[in-house]
Design a protein around this ligand. Structure first.
Ligand code: AMP
Length: 187
């Protein structure tokens, strides 16, 4: 089963992705993690993206798409993909469609975790204390939220027409959201 978790930064995509990975014995595909890895390795990609990441800007579709292609084409991960933070633009969504067709796969569920700005700011402030992420200062948080809402609107429209799209209230308790997701995926 392949699942997309969609929603602004701090909506709980990562937490729900980890639950799904356990339940479905699948893989969390977090482009944010992959990009942070590149920065840590100080790779060519890492050097190119560090400023965008720290300023809360999206990394170019070209770079993100190139990272994601390897994962989707990995036979060991076929139909075991839990997307957390991808796709984030219409170009990425269309790229994903193409890669899925090429590898004979499809998306079974798209869950939109919808949360308002105030809740997001509160949550990311908490996460900052725990994980100490350099992109988590308040200015960046607001920029990331606004940028996310602006850029992902077309992506939301792209997926929301389909019958496998479900909007969930992301401001409720983690366990409640997990339970709802489980009802849909039937585990
Ligand atoms: P995340 O860990 O998903 O909150 O992502 C952290 C940061 O990584 C974002 O603010 C973006 O700068 C970058 N990023 C992650 N995923 C993507 C993506 N699919 N497209 C563009 N930039 C991304």
């Amino acid at each position: 089963m392949n699942v997309i978790l969609f929603g602004p930064p701090g909506a709980g995509k990562g937490t729900q992705a980890k639950n799904l990975v356990k339940q479905l014995n699948s893989f969390q595909i977090s482009t944010g993690e992959m990009l942070r890895d590149e920065i840590q390795k100080n790779s060519e990609i890492g050097k190119k993206i560090v400023e965008d990441m720290n300023d809360g800007r999206f990394v170019s579709d070209e770079i993100v798409n190139s990272l994601i292609e390897k994962v989707i084409s990995d036979p060991g991960k076929k139909n075991k993909l839990i997307f957390d933070g991808y796709p984030r633009s219409l170009t990425q969504a269309k790229n994903l469609d193409k890669l899925l067709i090429k590898t004979n796969q499809k998306i079974n569920f798209v869950f939109f975790l919808n949360v308002n700005k105030e809740t997001i700011i509160k949550r990311i402030k908490q996460r900052k204390t725990i994980e100490n992420r350099s992109d988590d200062d308040l200015n960046t948080i607001v920029k990331r939220y606004d940028k996310y809402m602006e850029t992902t609107k077309p992506v939301l429209e792209f997926y929301s027409k389909n019958s496998n799209f479900f909007e969930l209230d992301g401001s409720t308790k983690v366990e409640e959201i997990t339970a709802k997701i489980n009802t849909f995926i039937n585990v």
